[in-house]
Design a protein. Structure first.
Length: 309
């Protein structure tokens, strides 16, 4: 078979096959016209090289395996002949794991030391009582949500939108320093987004046409959270705190980080209809939102059912 056919059948590149030829592992015959012609066994040879290099062996370390196959040895003979190579690779991997573990422990020690010097959190409200926002239009601020869609806060659409604003979340195994997570108002885990996830259908039934979460964390951080928790609603990244600057939403600082305080906006036809602040029990907050939406829906139903005089 020609080199292109071998590359297609083994899922490799012609460049890689040229390299295997240059080191004497998979050598074709030369035809009179100069073309390379590979024997059918070349498929097994290339597959063996790719399999072993994926396990951490170098191309050169695959030589005893490849030569055994080329010589017609069965699988048992190949394994026996290359036992030393297997052991050497395992030993090298164990050494790498030991070095990486030591690096991780050293970084954790530095992280703990740095966390102990963090300045205690300080509220930095921007001059507006959140409840004074009721009746105001949302500003024309443009974001890209975690689902990739553009969001203009001034045109969310008809009906009611729930925007819950939260400080931050941590990733499993990559949490922020404890001294920062224990700051009043910071979210130590994911209970609030998870609660909105678990009761998303009830919120929609209660009258929420759409739900958003918003924080100062980056798009990548939020996308990981959406994927990990399988959130049915998008998150909005606002790392520059543009909504806080425009509406005067309260924030707080911890070390060199500025984060949003928790609050929730209920927006009806692009007008702020209600503000939840402060939020003392994040895990149960979505229940308060659901009760408020249900009450508004029931009041609207009573008005429409009231008989005319």
């Amino acid at each position: 078979m020609r080199v292109g056919e071998l590359a297609r059948r083994t899922g490799t590149t012609i460049r890689a096959l040229r390299y295997y030829e240059s080191v004497g592992l998979v050598v074709p015959r030369r035809l009179g016209n100069g073309y390379r012609e590979y024997d059918p066994i070349a498929v097994r040879l290339v597959a063996q090289i790719r399999e072993l290099t994926a396990l951490g062996l170098s191309v050169e370390e695959t030589r005893p395996f490849v030569e055994s196959i080329a010589a017609g040895a069965d699988e048992a003979d190949v394994c026996a002949a290359a036992l030393a190579t297997y052991r050497g690779t395992v030993t090298a991997l164990q050494e790498r794991i030991g070095k990486l573990t030591a690096q991780r422990d050293a970084l954790n020690a530095r992280l703990d030391a740095a966390a102990s010097h963090l300045v205690p959190a300080a509220r930095s409200p921007l001059g507006t009582d959140p409840h004074d926002l009721i009746g105001r239009l949302l500003p024309a601020l443009h974001f890209y949500a975690t689902d990739g869609r553009p969001v203009d806060l001034s045109t969310l659409g008809p009906g009611r939108s729930v925007i819950f604003v939260y400080p931050l979340t941590g990733r499993p195994g990559l949490d922020l320093p404890n001294s920062l997570l224990e700051v009043t108002g910071a979210l130590r885990d994911t209970e609030q987004p998870a609660w909105f996830r678990d009761h998303h259908a009830e919120l929609r039934t209660a009258g929420a046409d759409r739900v958003y979460g918003l924080s100062a964390q980056s798009t990548g951080y939020q996308r990981e959270l959406v994927h990990r928790l399988r959130l049915p609603y998008p998150l909005i990244p606002d790392p520059r705190l543009t909504l806080a600057a425009t509406l005067g939403l309260p924030t707080f600082t911890a070390g060199d980080m500025t984060l949003y305080e928790r609050l929730t906006l209920i927006v009806a036809d692009d007008v702020i209809e209600h503000v939840f602040h402060p939020i003392r029990y994040p895990a149960a907050h979505a229940l308060d939102v659901m009760r408020w939406l249900t009450k508004k829906r029931m009041n609207r139903t009573r008005r429409t059912e009231r008989p005319r005089p």
